[in-house]
Write a protein that binds this ligand. Structure first.
Ligand code: AMP
Ligand code: ZN
Length: 478
């Protein structure tokens, strides 16, 4: 039974979708004004893993993740570069897609762009005003927090803390410092759209509420994002959906990933302590980057440093080595009968235990470190026993299980593998034996019997018999 930690209740809850087998999931996506940093990539990889595990568990998942393609940062950057906001968005959406592909993020069901849903945001804002929870001042529209008694339900910040903590900008038109903007009046040189309150653009929080409702309805099952989004972004989303659509919460399970840190500080653009996902992917094996991003529990902080990435690279290579050893053994077994062995039973039992252990850990709020521990226990058994496995079926089962399960974690062993494809590996083995036989023939021609015999004996030890015939040597695997 899958349990997930819900930020709303601050506890692990049994996971049950609202509609049968269908999971409707929304994850806050990138603001496409710059290259995402590797901390943003952690959020993307975490929710991709959660989605993959839900699919593995038999659910049908509708996965929506947006592009924030209009906001202050986008406008600033576009102005600095002398390009339009849509041009800037197009450039970084394309960068995001490249990075997503390299990190093995499964394509979302839909990647809506905020600017394609301005109508939905206007409609939601109109409903909020109609229901008495919003007001307009000089072309701006604000959410009236004093009219919504559950404000703070997600972040658990009390109204007093909110009032004392909120800074009021000097020129604010807000009635209360806690109020937040739903619609901003046009400023010169900024992109704008027609609305009942004059030309302007939506507030950031309005985006995800309106697009979530548009694609998934309310309430839907899972809303994800980094812990920095709990307040104010997701708190405000709840308020907006309550105000517009009359639901207590637009989402059943609120999931938030912990931060990627550098020397224990949150990685962020504004602090300048960041590495872009692009530079990390340029410097390390992509599968290792993905492995690193999911190696910690998603709710805990994860510290970024070069050593951690180097270690992840070695770990992924260890998985690949085991796969290559299994494949090598399969090639040998496919060439001849070998008596059944004790190792067949040991490995077969370990495969079942591995799957069970993986599911147990992932069912516990997607505990990837626990799942990886199960993986390495299995790899240890495989490494000890592969050379003695006798049945090809066991090897195939071990390979299929390994590939499937690391695939649920988003690690694709075939991509950039140091190892070889099965067919290539067969060809490589054949080629290597032929080469050794040629060297042996050369040794025999020059009467270097010692080298010739050494090659024959060493191949024999590896299970390859050489027979000298009048047409030259032949070989077979014992
Ligand atoms: P942004 O493009 O800033 O809207 O961020 C995209 C996603 O990355 C959001 O879900 C953020 O919460 C998340 N995020 C931002 N910084 C970090 C970090 N240092 N570690 C993990 N996730 C982060
Ligand atoms: Zn969002």
């Amino acid at each position: 039974m899958l349990k997930v930690y819900n930020t709303l209740s601050r506890s692990k809850e049994k996971f049950e979708p609202l509609e049968g087998n269908h999971v409707r999931m929304y994850v806050c996506g990138p603001t496409v004004y710059d290259y995402p940093h590797i901390g943003n990539a952690r959020s993307f990889a975490v929710f991709d893993t959660i989605r993959r595990y839900l699919e593995y568990s038999g659910y049908r998942v509708t996965y929506i993740t947006n592009f924030t393609d209009v906001d202050d940062k986008m406008i600033d950057r576009a102005n600095r570069e002398g390009i339009s906001v849509p041009e800037l968005a197009a450039k970084f959406i394309s960068e995001y897609r490249t990075i997503a592909n390299e990190l093995n993020l499964k394509p979302a069901t839909i990647n809506p762009r905020a600017t394609e849903h301005i109508d939905d945001m206007i409609e939601m804002t109109e409903l909020i005003i109609k229901n008495g929870l919003g007001y307009e001042v000089g072309g701006d529209v604000y959410f009236d927090v004093s009219e919504y008694e559950d404000y703070g339900i997600l972040s658990k910040i009390s109204p007093d803390e909110l009032s004392s903590g909120a800074r009021v900008e000097v020129d604010s038109k807000k009635q209360d410092p806690r109020d937040f903007v739903l619609w901003k009046a046009e400023k010169p040189g900024e992109p704008s759209w027609e609305s009942p309150w004059g030309k302007g653009r939506p507030g950031w929080h309005a985006e995800c509420s309106a697009m979530g409702k548009h694609f998934l309805g309310v309430p839907f099952d899972i809303h994800g994002g980094g812990q920095d989004l709990i307040f104010p972004h997701h708190e405000n989303e709840i308020a907006q959906s309550a105000g517009a659509y009359g639901v207590d919460t637009p989402v059943k399970y609120w999931l938030h990933n912990g931060f990627l840190t550098i020397d224990k500080d949150k990685m962020s653009k504004s602090e300048g302590n960041f590495f872009t996902a692009r530079e990390v992917l340029d410097n390390f094996d992509h599968q290792a980057v993905r492995y690193f991003l999911i190696s910690g529990h998603y709710r805990q902080p994860l510290d970024y440093n070069t050593d951690a990435l180097k270690q992840a690279t070695q770990t992924v290579d260890r998985i690949r080595n085991s796969v290559d050893t299994l494949r090598g053994r399969l090639v040998i077994l496919e060439r001849g009968q070998i008596e059944s062995s004790e190792s067949d039973i040991v490995v077969d039992t370990a495969i079942e235990k591995f799957r069970e252990g993986f599911e147990r850990e992932m069912d516990d709020d997607f505990n990837t470190p626990g799942a990886l521990a199960e993986l390495f226990t299995f790899i240890k058994v495989v490494n000890t026993h592969t050379e003695n496995i006798s049945r090809p079926a066991i090897i195939r089962k071990a390979l299929a299980t390994l590939t499937e399960i690391v695939g649920v974690l988003g690690i694709e062993l075939e991509k950039e593998s140091a190892g070889l494809e099965k067919s290539e590996s067969t060809e490589t083995l054949k080629g290597t034996i032929e080469l050794l036989l040629e060297i042996r023939e050369k040794a025999r021609e020059s009467k270097d019997w010692e080298t010739a015999d050494m090659i024959r004996d060493r191949l024999d030890e590896l299970g390859i018999t050489i027979t000298d015939t009048k047409d030259g040597p032949t070989w077979k695997i014992k």
